[in-house]
Design a protein around this ligand. Structure first.
Ligand code: ZN
Length: 410
């Protein structure tokens, strides 16, 4: 489909990174600005090649990654939209392109090349997207299989405070000081060799448990900006007071349901307080998990369904191409995107059993609003629903819950 457009060459070998001192200095400036506290644990004698897995909350993660791995060379896996308008540069500094939530046959070759030919660090963000509300996203067991396959040391980088500094729901910087990074070798080459995939998976899952809002509270980090709640309704799209969806809004430090009128104050310490004295959820991730439970019920009783007219842009290489209006349906079977481009009908189908998660964007690039990012092996579709009452957060939760539901009943 859309074969008239040039596609990103996923086959080419990764380049050996250049400009390492420069990218490290840029990283160091950011790390210094945020007064980062860095801990290196069990890292004595650990040299490349190794696999580094990092949690993913903001662009700052990349700067920390570059700083913390100096003086070694590192390649890392980047989603294709990272290459927008700067493909050559990113390739030159060792970035490897991937379309999100696809099983890319070339990726294993590229990782092999980085580890075994270039003898560099291979870094990846196994959550495959920024965390929506500062908690761990799903990490599939295939990551552990990959680590076992390459039989190199496993290093995990856990960063704290990056979501609090620039949450996915409103990227505006909060100038947080005292961010933290733990770089930890969790298994040497010899240990990986003797471990089963299940054991490696257990280590990864345990090391990746994080909660940015709990961290903020524990550290007593205050966000004094009056606008601090703005955008939070993108994640908290359902009112726990009246149960209505898509009626939430934010202004200043207030989160509000426009259906029942209830308001919550978003404190400087990142907690919510009901203005009527009743606080359903003071902790943002708890509200989000409640929404997940609500979506799970719809999945289990078979009522989950989403349909909308949409506008779609495709990203076959490193530039967007608008393909106009179409229709998106999401149900228990998966996504179906249909439309017509230059007089020819097209249909994209993605089965629920093939995706355990989906990437979404809020107000993506300030263009058409929120979107769902659907991928095949050779194309990426940015699908913008045009109806007023929807939430891409709900779609994302539904993808995860449908996948779990199918796996459970298989
Ligand atoms: Zn309400």
């Amino acid at each position: 489909m859309f074969d008239q457009f040039e596609k990103f060459d996923m086959k080419a070998n990764p380049k050996n990174p250049v400009l390492v001192p420069l990218t490290t200095i840029i990283g160091a400036l950011e790390v210094w600005k945020h007064k980062a506290i860095i801990n290196k644990i069990n890292m004595k004698g650990i040299k490349p090649p190794y696999i580094l897995l990092a949690n993913h909350n903001a662009f700052l993660d990349i700067q920390m990654l570059r700083y913390i791995t100096f003086p070694h060379k590192m390649s890392y896996i980047v989603a294709i939209d990272g290459f927008l308008g700067r493909k050559k540069f990113l390739e030159s500094i060792g970035c490897i392109c991937k379309r999100k939530f696809t099983t890319d046959p070339y990726l294993i070759q590229h990782i092999d090349y980085v580890l075994n030919k270039q003898k560099n660090i291979l870094a990846m963000f196994p959550e495959a997207r920024y965390s929506l509300c500062g908690t761990t996203a799903i990490i599939p067991s295939s990551v552990a299989r990959l680590v076992k396959h390459f039989n190199v040391p496993l290093v995990i980088l856990q960063m704290r405070g990056h979501h609090i500094n620039s949450p996915f729901w409103n990227l505006r910087m909060r100038k947080v000081k005292g961010i933290e990074a733990d770089l930890k070798c969790v298994a040497t080459k010899e240990e990986i060799e003797s471990m089963s995939v299940e054991e490696i998976n257990e280590i990864i899952q345990n090391e990746f448990i994080y909660d940015e809002y709990a961290w903020q509270k524990k550290k007593g980090i205050r966000i004094p900006f009056e606008w601090r709640a703005e955008g939070l309704h993108k994640v908290l799209y359902k009112c726990p007071h009246c149960g209505k969806e898509y009626e939430m809004s934010t202004s200043g430090s207030i989160l509000k349901c426009n259906a029942c009128g209830k308001e919550w104050f978003y404190t400087e310490l990142g907690e919510l307080e009901g203005k009527d004295g009743v606080t359903e959820f003071s902790h943002i991730p708890d509200w989000y998990e409640w929404e997940r439970d609500e979506v799970r019920k719809e999945v289990e009783n078979g009522t989950y369904y989403f349909e909308s007219e949409v506008h779609t842009d495709i990203l076959p290489k490193d530039k967007f191409i608008p393909i106009g209006k179409g229709k998106l349906v999401h149900n228990l079977n998966g996504f179906t995107l249909t439309g017509e481009f230059e007089g020819e009908p097209y249909e994209l189908k993605i089965a629920s059993k093939s995706i355990y998660g989906v990437h979404i964007e809020y107000e993506y690039l300030g263009k058409y609003g929120d979107c769902v990012d659907l991928n095949t092996l050779d194309n990426t579709y940015y699908v913008y629903p045009e109806r007023k009452d929807f939430s891409v957060t709900k779609i994302s939760l539904a993808v995860e819950e449908i996948y779990k539901h199918i796996s459970k009943n298989r």
